[in-house]
Design a protein around this ligand. Sequence first.
Ligand code: SF4
Ligand code: SF4
Length: 442
Amino acid sequence: MTYLAQIVFVLVLAGAAFILSKRIKRIKGNIQLGKPLATDGHSSERLKNMLLIALGQKKMFKKIIPAFLHLLIYVGFLVINLEVLEFILDGILGTHRLFAPYLGGFYNVLMNVFEFLAVAVLFSCVAFLIRRNLLRVKRFYAEEMTSWPTLDANLILVIEIVLMVAILTMNATDQLLQVRDEHYTATGSLFFSSFLMPLFENMSTGTLIVVERFAWWFHIVGILGFAVYVTYSKHLHIFLAFPNTYYAHLKAKGEMTNMDSVTNEVNMMLGIQTDQNTAPAEVGRFGAKDVNDLSWLNIMNAYSCTECGRCTSECPANQTGKKLSPRKIMMDTRDRAEEVGKSLASGGKGLEDGKSLLGDYVTNEEINACTSCNACVEACPVNINPLEIILEMRRYVAMEESGSPASWNSMFQNIETSFAPWKFAPTDRFNWSQELKEESSS
Ligand code: SF4
Ligand code: SF4
């Protein structure tokens, strides 16, 4: 590799690292728009969750075929990226297959494993494309799956296929060059790429070198481009699934979070003395109207969403034709956080832009349709909790706007005055048994 090639490579690498660091900073800032949140439970339990759910993909295996295909892509992604280290060092140092002389026979084993995984990834991506576009799995075709989410999902599969073809092409041409030119480091026979060798064997050595170099550059620039693209895509879950599962609540699903300020008020009304009600807690806003009223974990949940739609397909409200889709709630939360972050970065008004998550993205009709059943939370393969965001927005509507449906408001009133959803004092509830007693004694 010439010095010019090394200089170009270092510039490309530095450019990708610069854009990537800016995107990571932006996403971190967007997540930090949320309120602080204390983590619950023990760190060892969190770690176990992360290893089982993010690394082990435990929840994916509820649907065995997509789980298996996804696992192939995932393992392929993790393992093949080890090869990227060699690509980067070769690019910087101007070497070719730097690790081969050091690893000896093991290099051949490693390359064959990479090739097997490349073929497995290729096969899985084609299967996913067929599933998504020809078999048209229902959950990929909801209202919120507009042109960009659909394009994003297809684009990433196509990119992965092209990258895998590039790596196999590079190995096939490289094997031919090893025979013709002693300067090429021997890798030993590579099983899968050798099937492609007949396509190239009639080419001149000069053409082979061009094809091999093109495939090399295409693969590494493609990987760097992929890394940047992922930060704009639902595929950010590749990385965020890990912190997301680590920080996911450990409390029982369905246990709602009390508001300290309200608990404090009620305790004081009932004359219950606690540590908290010695000084009034700062109230702020009840519930959530915009992303800054949510916790940072809610926003990180939104950035971790894979848009798989498992939550929506399990949601009873969605199944019965209501407007609610928990996937859309997560997508809206991420879109609003992105909008605010972009505005702040360009010196705009940020959260003061006259828009909000509730109202401009999510409607009251959607949040009111939720039955709080937790099916979405249970279904999510990366432990995302759409219900928490819905409940926070409902709190805002109920407590700040008194905007809940009339029937709910009378239920709230009854609970407040009668300690029950009905308009009876607790002591009156068994009056009906009195009548029975009278009837039986007469
Ligand atoms: S908790 Fe709400 S959003 Fe989630 S599945 Fe149940 S009804 Fe749907
Ligand atoms: S919230 Fe979870 S289940 Fe729902 S679309 Fe996102 S990743 Fe899938």
